[in-house]
Design a protein around this ligand. Sequence first.
Ligand SMILES: Nc1nc2c(c(=O)[nH]1)N[C@H]1C(S)=C(S)[C@@H](COP(=O)(O)O)O[C@H]1N2
Ligand SMILES: [Mo]
Length: 203
Amino acid sequence: MSFFQRNRRELEQRGIDPARLPPGQYHTDRFPVLHVGDVPTYDMSTWTLQIFGNVEHPVTLTWDELRALPVVDVTTDIHCVTKWSKFDTVWKGVRLRDLLELAGMKPDTKHLIQHAEYGYTANVPIADALGDDCLLTYAFDDQPLEDEHGFPARTLIPQLYLWKSVKWIRGLEAALTDKPGFWEVRGYHNYGDPFREQRFTDD
Ligand SMILES: Nc1nc2c(c(=O)[nH]1)N[C@H]1C(S)=C(S)[C@@H](COP(=O)(O)O)O[C@H]1N2
Ligand SMILES: [Mo]
């Protein structure tokens, strides 16, 4: 029996439906850390989030302004393209759609381009950012994010591979034209649906 088959059987034995695992994925209880480059550090008195692009009025939020916005809790499975999935992760934050609405995102917006510290970017179709579970999140398991998991804030777009959930988020850009991001221009799929196993460009 392969590692992947054994992993699915272990899930069944724990009473967890293995159909929650996308093809080619295994389940882990750990929370691996994956990123390129250094982990940034911040002075929260100068940290900002910018919401800009195809909007009526660009917004720059301070940390305190972000924390004053309506908070939601999301429990969801996450799937990394390096093949690990983690179930029932618990996040707290502000819905991306509420943030985009705050800036008056124009209705003809087609894409969301997410901008992180040090230039990492990831693109998603705008519809994929507007779901109930799509957050700008600042807490995991009721604790502030750990530095390596994106402190102070990251996005969570759980229906796509996790490279689309951008750590150390600094900007949300509403866009009319697509701008493939850091991994998307390096051979990874432009959309990245785990259940259709869209790992690489031509998958
Ligand atoms: N800013 C930034 N965000 C990022 C990345 C990165 O390199 N830089 N890597 C992505 C990838 S490939 C994955 S799998 C997830 C990993 O999140 P984690 O380290 O919290 O598990 O972060 C994503 N967000
Ligand atoms: Mo990843």
